[in-house]
Write a protein that binds this ligand. Sequence first.
Ligand code: SF4
Length: 82
Amino acid sequence: MCICVNCKHVDNCTIYHVVEMQHQQPHITNNPDFKPNEPSINVNISSTGNFVEVEWDVFDCLSFKEEKGRWSTLHPGKLVPT
Ligand code: SF4
């Protein structure tokens, strides 16, 4: 799972903005301006028949600041993207 969902910066982060696009999630903000320090992204590619799925997950980031459930607080009632 992407560590961003438990990060204080998730609502204003330029990298998470890109991850949202990859997960086809609506943007929390259209104008993020926080630039994280050295995020590391894991890209998984899987295919089923003719369908190819690409998933991006941030697994390390020097700017990570833990705030458990931050994404869920911003999206009440929604399941955390996996
Ligand atoms: S972990 Fe890093 S990339 Fe993810 S939201 Fe936080 S600052 Fe941005």
